[in-house]
Design a binder for this molecule. Structure first.
Ligand code: ADP
Length: 311
């Protein structure tokens, strides 16, 4: 096999209480990537459609992740990449993670899968380091492993694939303003009152338990963020109203997707998730903020290889 096309999905990191540790993979929302082997060793990005992003290997998260892979592989192989970007950079649904994770999964496939998913996550994290200054794994892990993931530790890297209840569906609304991950990190407080920390880790444990028990009420009770959301909510237009509308429309929970500005809600079933989307859209229609909205199931598989018919 000399060439491959793949779908690199978007993802939601944090998921309310799980700042920097929880993530989930979205279905149907994502980028397309086309990779081919080349006789010239090294890695080159030959085309990016849909967004104005650097082609230069060292300045693109896909390039940096690919170089981390090729350094570890340590044999003279060459690859060329075209990216069809459909996730806007800085939207908070893992645009950089889709590129970083997609490219390493694709190269691994073309080389006969020499690396494990955990090793691929470590390479993709180098792309995340370029995007925001810290090599976080909460977006790249679900893109590589699918479903919900928990990053127990980044050093040493320890990632757990969690259960994804089949009926869970996500609604994501993206107000068309850019919030850089680095800026969203700057508003966070360095100290956490013990009481809030206790509530937060109780909710993380309960959410994980709810996912395994497929207990939608417990999932709903646990989708609470007492630490990060209060600091970041002011970066997102109409956040409180979005959340109120989503809850009133029947969402299990609602919070900031990654570092924002996208806001996500989780619901039981696609019908509910669509009603939640309408209720959230109403907020932006009223205050005149341009937006995009996505409604989709949770993607249990992560990066998906495409045959030539749907590439
Ligand atoms: P998101 O959460 O949507 O990934 P980030 O702020 O984490 O947003 O990352 C986007 C940043 O990464 C932007 O500054 C963008 O220019 C940079 N970047 C470099 N290469 C890529 C790429 N292939 N895809 C997306 N963003 C990229």
């Amino acid at each position: 096999m000399d060439r491959i096309s793949l779908f690199a999905p978007a993802s939601i990191a944090n998921i309310s209480c799980g700042f920097d540790v929880l993530g989930l993979c979205l279905d149907n929302v994502g980028d397309l990537m086309h990779l081919q082997k080349s006789d010239t060793p090294g890695f080159r990005i030959t085309e990016i459609k849909g967004q104005n992003l650097p082609l230069q290997t060292e300045k693109n998260v896909a390039g940096v992740a690919a170089l981390a892979f090729l350094n570890a592989y340590n044999k003279p192989v060459g690859f060329e990449l075209q990216i069809d970007k459909r996730i806007k950079a800085g939207s908070g649904i893992g645009s950089s993670a889709a590129s970083a994770a997609g490219v390493v999964v694709g190269i691994n496939k073309l080389l006969g899968e020499p690396f494990t998913p955990l090793e691929l996550i470590a390479f993709a994290m180098e792309g995340e380091r370029l995007a925001c200054g810290s090599a976080h794994a909460d977006n790249v892990a679900p893109v590589i492993m699918g479903g919900f993931t928990l990053v127990r530790s980044t050093n040493p890297l320890d990632v757990i694939a969690l259960n994804s209840p089949l009926e869970l569906a996500a609604t994501v609304i993206h107000p068309e303003i850019e919030v850089k991950t680095a800026d969203a990190r700057a508003v966070l407080h360095n100290k956490i009152p013990l009481k809030k920390a206790i509530n937060q880790w109780a909710n993380v444990g309960a959410l994980v338990s709810g996912l395994y028990r497929e207990d939608y009420d417990l999932i709903s009770r646990s989708l609470v963020d007492e630490i990060v959301e209060p600091a970041r909510a002011m970066l997102i237009p109409g956040f409180d109203q979005l959340k109120e509308n989503a809850k009133n429309a029947g969402a299990l929970g609602c919070g900031i997707s990654g570092s924002g500005p996208s806001v996500f809600a989780l619901s039981r079933g696609m019908t509910k998730a669509n009603q939640v989307a309408e209720s959230m859209a109403e907020v932006y229609n009223k205050i005149g903020v341009p937006y995009e909205v996505h409604v989709c199931p949770i993607n249990p598989n992560g990066v998906q290889f495409l045959d030539s018919n749907n590439a």
